[in-house]
Design a binder for this molecule. Structure first.
Ligand code: NAP
Length: 329
């Protein structure tokens, strides 16, 4: 995986190269998906993140946060917290209900309207799944899943790039198998694959594959993810990570984020709390020991997000869901 570097963005957060045009993206960004979603609270958190030096904002048509991201960036520029919109790396995503050849460009235009921006830095296919066209929603009905036209969708993504509306294009939740299929048809290869990745879901095979193919990986749920149903978190409650954190005088969250950074992977943690936002970027001036890394490699592996977790449990799909699963085997 490529080494971090500076970008010209005045921030203490290092950057990783991504794509083939000499671009880069911050090693730590801010994720804007929140359950339950309260727009004003998320906007305040985005603003706080920008004040602290975050320069990557991760949104999606699904999250309902595009508009507030645009507003927070505009306000931050007005108040002199950033010089201009160009200082911020903005990612948004095409949801499964928009994942159809003819809907890609209109969907990006709608996202840009929400953001009140001329371009996004990165546009991602959110999942390798197509669901009958409708407003982005979640969970989705199994009977609405249709076969994906990956070639057509990717050609439309390439068009978004050619039009200058997306500086880079990429994917999310793609396994090595899905990436191989995409690479065989792409004229412009994906610059980034955003996937679930943390000490409890380490994705060694995918990291190796992406390194070999020059695809940058971004980790979502780098702290084990938000939980709507239980109080357990495989990362934040890991006894191994707690033990390392105590010995190193760091928080468990910092051990997880530092481990991800050392894999050459960028990340988009989310917190509504300013002290945690600060803590989550204090990971660049120290490192894990070989012994810490060995212990982390022994953490039991568990994936949170699967195709089944984004669909209603009932109903029958005419598409073989096992074929489109997003879990790297
Ligand atoms: N591409 C995809 O399919 C996909 C899927 C899921 C998520 N994402 C992106 O990834 C972003 C982050 O993932 P995520 O929201 O699932 O989970 P996450 O960042 O792993 O975890 C967020 C949870 O950790 C807590 N937290 C944050 N910093 C902490 C700290 N220093 N100490 C203790 N707890 C801390 C937060 O609570 P508090 O707010 O109370 O601090 C929140 O409950 C999302 O916002 C979204 O942008 C993408």
């Amino acid at each position: 995986m490529s080494s971090p570097r500076g970008s010209g963005r005045p921030s203490q957060i290092p950057e990783f190269p991504a794509g083939s045009a000499g671009r880069s993206l911050p090693a730590v960004g801010f994720g804007t998906a929140r359950f339950p979603f309260v727009a004003e609270d998320v906007k305040n958190a985005v603003f706080a993140a920008l004040e602290l030096g975050y320069r990557h904002l991760d949104t999606a048509s699904l999250y309902r946060s595009e508009q507030l991201v645009g507003e927070a960036v505009a306000e931050a520029a007005q108040r002199g917290i950033i010089a201009s919109r160009g200082e911020v790396f903005v990612t948004t995503k095409l949801w499964c209900t928009q994942c159809h050849r003819d809907l890609v460009l209109p969907s990006l235009k709608e996202s840009l309207q929400n953001l009140k921006m001329e371009y996004v830095d990165l546009y991602l296919v959110h999942f390798p799944i197509s669901v009958r066209p409708s407003e982005p929603h979640f969970p989705m009905k199994r009977e609405d899943v249709v076969p994906i036209d990956l070639r057509g969708v990717w050609q439309a993504m390439e068009e978004c790039h050619r039009l200058g509306l997306a500086k880079m294009i990429g994917v999310s939740n793609f396994t090595t198998k899905k990436l191989q299929e995409l690479l065989s048809i792409a004229k412009i290869p994906p610059a980034v694959n955003q996937v679930e990745l943390n000490p409890s879901w380490q994705q060694n095979r995918l990291i190796e594959f992406c390194k070999e193919k020059g695809i940058h990986l971004t980790a979502y749920s780098p702290l084990g993810g938000q939980s709507r149903t239980s109080n357990t978190n495989a990362v934040l409650h890991s006894e191994i990570l707690k033990e390392i954190a105590e010995a190193r005088g760091k928080s468990v969250a910092q051990i997880s984020l530092r481990w991800i950074y050392e894999q050459g992977v960028s990340m988009v943690p989310m917190s509504m709390k300013k002290d945690r936002l600060k803590e989550n970027i204090e990971i660049f001036d120290w490192e894990l020991t070989d012994n810490d890394r060995l212990k982390i490699s022994q953490i039991p592996q568990h994936k949170k997000v699967t195709v089944l977790s984004i669909l209603y449990p009932e109903g029958v799909s005419s598409v073989d869901l096992a074929e489109i699963d997003v879990v790297e085997m």
